[in-house]
Design a protein around this ligand. Structure first.
Ligand code: KMH
Ligand code: ZN
Length: 273
């Protein structure tokens, strides 16, 4: 069986410390949480940062501090968010790539996001794709709804993203695609040959869709950005606890856990070197 790449999305832009007291928000907390997830088996850390008040920000210096701090302590793959939060403009969102991370997210369409709108029109998406390519940063294409797959194929035909493409299916955001395994099957079948994919299920779907992805040969994203509970009514103690659980399940299914080095090979992260 192909090794499974586990991504830990440890912060996000929406969850608060009131909702999840173990949410890392300061640079040092984010770095420590990233290292703990790496030690538990994560190969990729999906990174957002927070300001001194705990609010989401795309501040370039905070991203630099976090990415450099993680790199001093381990070789886990750093993947910064270019999504930020729904109230942010394009220029603000793109600041996260200035620290030259290993990867960055790229969402290929606009979608309702709860009460907000996650705005990604064609001009923004093309600009982001070009900037990632100029910086030699490999994108992970975030798919919140089916039309975004079509838009990703358009970027591919324009030469703005290139094979092999890594997709992340973000499923169960209110207003976006439901966390229905049938939708996952359809999307996986629609991918270009050689693509890799992971699934990020919201809330209780994080575990169920993660297990389905393990069985299908896909990769898995866990962490507080998408889910703060260990089980119904019981908060997770840490991001690493969620990583450790999916590691145990993967091992039961005979899926080896990809090291960061293996994940770099699987995702062709050295394609621009
Ligand atoms: N916070 C969401 C509006 C990403 O990281 O690229 C967008 C998001 C996606 O989290
Ligand atoms: Zn994110």
């Amino acid at each position: 069986m192909q090794p499974v790449i586990i991504t830990s999305a440890i912060v996000g832009a929406e969850v608060t410390k009131t909702q999840q007291p173990a949410l890392p928000t300061t640079p040092q907390e984010i770095i420590s949480a990233a290292v703990a997830c790496y030690e538990a088996g994560a190969a990729i850390i999906h990174i957002h940062v927070r300001d001194a008040q705990g609010n989401a920000t795309q501040d370039a210096q905070l991203f630099r501090e976090v990415v450099e701090g993680i790199r001093l302590r381990c070789d886990v793959i750093t993947q910064v968010s270019t999504g930020g939060a729904v109230w942010m403009g394009a220029g603000e969102r793109l600041q996260s790539i200035e620290c030259q991370p290993d990867m960055a997210t790229l969402t290929t369409g606009t979608v309702n996001f709860g009460e907000g709108v996650f705005m990604n029109n064609r001009q923004l998406v093309e600009t982001f794709a070009r900037r990632l390519r100029e910086h030699g940063i490999v994108p992970e294409i975030e798919i919140f709804d089916l039309g975004m797959l079509e838009e990703a194929m358009r970027l591919r035909s324009m030469g703005l993203i290139s094979d092999p493409i890594q997709f992340d299916f973000v499923m169960g955001v209110p207003g976006a695609i439901a966390a229905d395994p049938a939708h996952l099957m359809h999307m996986v079948r629609s991918l270009p040959p050689g693509s890799t994919w992971s699934v990020a299920g919201m809330g209780r779907h994080q575990l169920t869709l993660g297990i389905i992805a393990l069985a299908m040969g896909g990769h898995v994203r866990v962490g507080f950005e998408d889910n703060i509970y260990y089980r119904k009514g019981q908060l997770a103690r840490s991001n690493a606890e969620l990583v450790a659980r999916i590691v145990r399940i993967a091992q039961e299914l005979d899926r080896p856990i990809a090291t960061p080095t293996q994940a770099r090979e699987i995702l062709h992260l050295n394609r621009y070197i």
